[in-house]
Design a protein around this ligand. Sequence first.
Ligand code: NAP
Length: 471
Amino acid sequence: MTVVGTPDQPLRVAVIGSGPAAFYAVEHLFKQPALVADVDMFERLPTPHGLVRYGVAPDHPKIKTVTRAYDTIARHPRFRFFGSVGFGEHLTLADLSRHYHQVVFATGAQTDRRMGIPGEDLEGSHAATEFVAWYNGHPDYRAHQFDLSVERAAVVGVGNVAIDVARMLVRTPEELVKTDIAAHALEALRNSRIREVFLLGRRGPAQAAFTNPEVKEIGEMADADVIVRPDEVQLDPLSQAQVDAAQDRTLVRKVEILQGYALRKPEGKRRRLHVRFLVSPVELLGDERGRVAGMRLVRNRLVESGTGALSAEATGQFEELPVGLVFRSVGYRGVALPGIPFHERWGVIPNDKGRVLDAGSHQPVTGLYATGWIKRGPSGVIGTNKPDSVETVTSMLADLARGAHWLPAEPDPRAAEALVVARQPLAVTYADWRRLDALECSGGQACGRPRLKFVAVEEMMEALGRTEPSR
Ligand code: NAP
């Protein structure tokens, strides 16, 4: 019997998705000294790198340099990238089981959580994730419209996504032009009339999810003052006790930075970013045309919950905040994949150390694995995906060792390629992506920008001369 994972019968792995978790899983597979593995990565967009390209804020270019490591992984001779190929659209689970021993889902968290309050669907109320995808040039969001003719906007939530969105709203065109922000978003933000942005935390500064570099960054913007109310950053006794007990220098520093902002006098900059705490939106208020005109907030106090964490409890004291634009930034959420178990409430694929669990029996389903946000939920930074993917690959290798994997009827890599190309003649290779990448960079150079992103799939295909199948 041929042993799977050897030169005679390489392990055949399909990876669905091409973000950080996907690449770290591939990296760990290729690192195994005694394993011969062929990896095919499938991505529904022509461009790889997932949230690094479409999620990381344009004014954080250093974070994006992580893609160089992904390019190195992609150069492995046993790696193939199939862009513009969607799981469920071009390939089914049954297809994959004919060609691979194992499949890893690394599809991330493609939608957002909702606030669940009246008025949430008024015009002018958006998911922060849509705005992020729009300013980053995601093809599915390029035609979205955000009314930037209003003067006041609110961002609900105080995580890193919320702070990214708030920052992008108050940056000057001069700051933005230096970034790889999509041209349509640069143009719209150039004409923006937004003057005030409110970042709204339901708990206090000691519980805020955003991280210190991001908190510092908002105090250093070219034409936006940061405004914090002294009473909202004074720690209540419960928070103070928690901070003291945690002995976490980073947390103490975060609170200090925010308290420092409360002492600052506004410098008269043209825009203001208000960071508010202990308030929850309870309703979005509409005008006569059904557009957001304001928000009703309730003041909260912190109470100890059963788990020992501090949670927000409404006080019954309300205020109204007139805003014409609202972004909810209360967390991303995974999307169910056809035929794959899904935990509706948590928005993830149920799994044990990356092994996908059957929804009924809760037993591992042979051949199926998950990694990244679709596995653990939308938490952590890019690097968090590395140990997460190592854990999943460790499970894959253990299952391989005991023969618990699919037995593909057509393990020849050429058969898989033939199938993909038959289903999607415009499938994109990694070399194609590298050409697009070079074109975007040279296009940017020509107009003094780091990159000019292609934002439409048709533009990408045209740039590649790919109206005909070319593999
Ligand atoms: P997050 O860090 O989980 O923050 C979610 C925020 O929403 C929290 O402030 C949370 O408050 C709040 N929230 C949840 N439900 C709410 C409700 N019903 N009403 C009001 N507020 C509510 O999520 P994220 O900002 O989407 O970020 C996702 C992950 O990506 C995080 O790990 C983040 O650090 C990472 N990320 C990193 C960067 C970076 O490194 N620069 C940039 C972007 C994202 P509670 O704490 O009270 O629940």
